[in-house]
Design a binder for this molecule. Structure first.
Ligand code: SAM
Length: 183
């Protein structure tokens, strides 16, 4: 992808960070050079980071469990593992959906943000296989509790983005979870 992605954390992760607590487990899928690994580790989460780029992961070993894995050409490397947070930003490989959803612990939070249809008019990625369709994240998360969803345009750099925050069911939860909302 040719977009210059900021080294700062995604505002979408920052917006939902109040749901995170020290000691939680987090999985950052296709983590790249680790801007979110550092953000989460600094907040006391136990982070597992996966990417195929061994060089990018090398600098993260002191802060996370790192797994060099091809997520598209090999079996899911974390079968049976569950996480309190599953985070994916700027990456889309649709066959992973079942594995990502199965990786959520009861009550676990899915934060997903990536390029959406329309992005082909402003740059890359431009291929349909890398762009979310309108409402796609809502459909994928239909069995989760969706607490935040946006589908729109961001100015710097110009890009069409869709993003969701959704919680897995927790049958053991005694009372309705009070999700603090901004504003
Ligand atoms: C645009 S970067 C996003 C990095 C990070 N999530 C972020 O938002 O800063 C996409 C990442 O996906 C990784 N990736 C692409 N194809 C992959 C594959 N088949 N298996 C594992 N990682 C892959 C790349 O190595 C790259 O780090």
């Amino acid at each position: 992808m040719s977009h210059e992605l900021s080294l700062a954390p995604s505002p979408w992760l920052e917006r939902w960070a109040h749901l995170l607590r020290p000691g939680m487990s987090a999985l950052d899928v296709a983590c790249g050079s680790g801007r979110h690994v550092r953000f989460l580790a600094a907040r006391g989460l136990g982070v597992t980071a996966v990417d195929r780029d061994a060089e990018a992961l090398a600098g993260l070993r002191t802060q996370a469990e790192v797994l060099v894995a091809d997520l598209e050409g090999a079996p899911w490397p974390l079968a049976g593992r569950r996480f309190d947070l599953v985070l994916v930003t700027n990456y889309l490989w649709r066959p992973l959906w079942p594995a990502l959803l199965a990786s959520l612990a009861p009550g676990g939070l899915l934060l997903y943000e990536t390029f959406a249809r329309g992005n082909e008019t402003v740059g890359r990625p431009s291929r349909a296989e890398f762009l979310l369709e309108p409402g796609e994240l809502l459909r994928v998360c239909a069995n989760l509790r969706i607490v935040g969803y946006e589908d729109g345009f961001l100015a710097e750099p110009q890009r069409f983005v869709q993003r969701i925050a959704a919680l897995a069911p927790d049958p053991a939860a005694a009372a309705p979870l009070r999700i603090p909302l901004a504003g």
